[in-house]
Write a protein of this length. Structure first.
Length: 383
């Protein structure tokens, strides 16, 4: 299936993405609707799980295939991938498992999504100095902002691959190379780019991302990547029968972990979620990440000036392609954005209403590759 085929065949589009039969869904930076094949994969597993032991319906070999698919998506090795669930849980596992000492510092951005703020803030209780990145514009993190705000005591930098309101994508490779040269760990919340833009981990130590946004998968079916060389540094903090050796389910005298990403998977897997995650990953790989990224940038390049022509202020309107994303966020002085959001909802156009620390309201658009120009034109007419 290609993007061209979807856009030229409405019957196919409605078949593959049932939400298009009812509404124009332009809020994939929030919580996505599920594609047909993801729904069917989960339903097929659930039916099998009703006939036998649930684990027999999703054997270990199938989990390994899902791990291989995730590794392909990230350009990682299979033994660097763990399935731990939500992004928040993955990032908390990292925050709690790092060997940080009193006097060490970490660098975060306080206006990132809270999932990538609170786990790090909690480290202050251990004597770790939590530095809050200073920026001139909401979400616009450049490599120079990182290089200028770390020092010899910095042990970790935790950032989002793309800001959830501003839509600014950071330069993962450049930031990662700088941090690796200085032996500073780099942890990434990848949920706003995985499935939408190439999100590869060559220069990253840890990445966590749930599937329920651009990846078009179910909630709480996330991926945790931990670089192989970093796994001995990042100790597991949630323990159970699955990630500690227990032959014949008998607890042993010592904690021996698997020699790969499974060391972070404490217990039984979310198998129905994994069924959906596998189908979602296969879908975006079939369409092609590069093709998806190009389509999202094409939509953005068309939407930004069209919104500006209607008098709206667009966040990061001038972002170059290497930093732009599928998120287009806008506001207008004096406009009643909650009322506008509700009106669009009544017209079966789904957008997101967001606000910044100062209380400024925004409407956020995040169309995906299967959304058509006709849907966007109708949105603009209503605006």
């Amino acid at each position: 299936m290609t993007i061209t085929e979807l856009h030229s065949n409405e019957e196919l589009r409605r078949h593959e993405f049932p939400v298009t039969r009812e509404k124009a869904f332009l809020a994939h930076a929030g919580v996505c609707p599920l594609p047909r094949r993801v729904v069917e994969a989960m339903a097929d597993y659930a039916r099998l799980g009703g006939l036998d032991d649930q684990e027999e319906a999703f054997p270990a070999a199938r989990i390994q295939r899902a791990r291989q698919t995730a590794a392909r998506l990230l350009n990682a090795q299979m033994d660097e991938v763990a399935f731990v669930g939500p992004t928040s849980l993955g990032l908390s596992c990292v925050a709690n498992g790092l060997p940080l000492r009193k006097g060490d510092n970490i660098l975060i951005y306080q206006d990132d999504y809270p999932s990538n703020v609170y786990p790090w803030m909690a480290l202050a209780g251990k004597g770790v100095h939590v530095r809050l990145m200073n920026l001139r514009e909401l979400g616009r993190i450049r490599t120079i902002d990182v290089t200028g705000q770390t020092d010899e005591n910095t042990r970790l930098v935790a950032l989002a691959s793309c800001h959830f309101i501003a839509g600014w994508r950071i330069d993962l490779a450049a930031i990662g190379r700088f941090l690796r040269r200085r032996n500073i760990a780099f942890c990434v919340d990848g949920i706003q780019t995985l499935g939408a833009f190439p999100t590869t981990v060559e220069q990253i130590d840890v990445l966590a991302a749930d599937a329920h946004k651009w990846l078009l998968g179910p909630c709480a079916a996330g991926v945790l990547y931990v670089r192989k060389a970093f796994q001995e540094t990042l100790r597991p903090t949630i323990l159970g029968w699955h990630n500690v050796r227990c032959p014949n389910y008998v607890a042993q005298d010592r904690l021996d972990h698997p020699p790969d990403g499974r060391r972070y998977e404490a217990g039984s897997a979310n198998l129905v979620g994994l069924a959906g995650l596998q189908a979602a990953m296969e879908l975006v790989l079939e369409v092609g990440i590069d093709q998806i990224a190009a389509e999202l940038l094409r939509k953005r390049a068309w939407l930004v000036p069209a919104l500006q022509a209607k008098g709206y202020d667009v966040l990061q309107a001038a972002a170059p392609p290497e930093h732009a994303s599928g998120i287009v966020t806008f506001s207008k002085p004096g406009a009643d954005l909650p009322a506008l959001h509700a009106r669009l909802e009544a017209e079966k156009i789904v957008t997101s209403l967001r606000a910044d620390r100062a209380g400024q309201r925004y409407l956020r658009l995040s169309p995906h590759f299967y959304n058509t120009d006709a849907e966007l034109e109708r949105l603009l007419e209503l605006l």
